[in-house]
Design a protein around this ligand. Structure first.
Ligand code: BT5
Length: 236
């Protein structure tokens, strides 16, 4: 796939920069990366710690199958997982629903999807932001260097883009089936007890899998429950 990569030293957030570019007509698959972010974002207005030395990269997706665009969060997760597994193969990396990547149960990467809809309610574009801790991380998290990574930084970036392209094409051609399967094969806590924080309360149960739409299937004592957004914690 043809793509333009804009590489910046410093920016507030690569997602925000790409949004500004999208509003000015940037093309499908434009990529922005930065060496550091001054206002890196997580989901729900949370902060993403973004010192120099890590990967901060956003990809613009236009004219796609937007009714199912949220599935790209799993596509993105697989690309990050592949990258981590390739460069630090000794450690087992896992995907935590909906879109964290963990090593030794600590977060090594996060993904942020943001979309924009026009007045007609049809989505114009989607921005997928990747944060991978390559050389640095908060104390409660982990990074690739701490786990033995020694290669040039550029290799990680190239690999991530290549793999995102690969899984994105698989998704375009075959839909969610295979993506969901691959995702589940590497899922953290599958078959185990988890708690999920929902906006109104916390629910508890066994993580049984994903629906064809990507919802989390939770087996609770009151029956099966499908969850489309929330925060997952391990254990009872
Ligand atoms: C995420 O949010 O995990 C999505 C992170 C996406 C970051 C990328 S970087 C490129 C692009 N531009 C942006 O501005 N963002 C994207 P969430 O699941 O809400 O997790 C946020 C939480 O993770 C925070 O509240 C912290 O607890 C923790 N956290 C913050 N910085 C971290 C880091 N560098 N490594 C691991 N955990 C971190």
């Amino acid at each position: 796939m043809e793509h333009e990569i804009i590489e910046l030293d410093e920016i507030d957030s690569t997602n925000d920069e790409l949004r500004r570019m999208a509003e000015k007509g940037a093309k499908h698959f434009t990529i922005v990366s930065a060496q550091k972010q001054t206002r890196g974002k997580g989901r729900h207005s949370r902060t993403w710690e973004s010192p120099k030395g890590n990967l901060y990269l956003s990809i613009l997706i236009k004219n796609s199958k937007f009714d199912v665009a949220y599935q790209l969060s799993f596509v993105a997760g697989l690309a990050v997982l592949d990258t981590i597994q390739t460069f630090i193969p000794v450690h087992e990396a896992k995907l935590k629903w909906p879109n964290d990547v963990l090593v030794n149960d600590k977060k090594i990467a996060g993904i942020l999807l943001e979309s924009s809809s026009s007045q007609s309610g049809i989505m114009d574009y989607l921005i997928i932001g990747f944060g991978i801790n390559v050389k640095d991380s908060p104390d409660y998290a982990t990074n690739m260097k701490a786990l033995g990574f020694k290669q040039p930084f550029g290799n990680v970036k190239r690999h991530l883009i290549d793999k995102f392209e690969k899984y994105y094409t698989l998704w375009l051609d075959d839909g969610f089936g295979r993506i969901g399967e691959l995702w589940l094969r590497n899922a953290a806590y599958l078959g185990e007890k988890i708690r999920v924080n929902l906006p109104e309360k916390e629910v508890e149960g066994i993580f049984r899998g994903l629906t064809p739409k990507g919802e989390l299937i939770l087996e609770t004592k009151d029956g099966e429950r499908l969850i489309s957004s929330g925060e997952v914690f391990h254990g009872a």
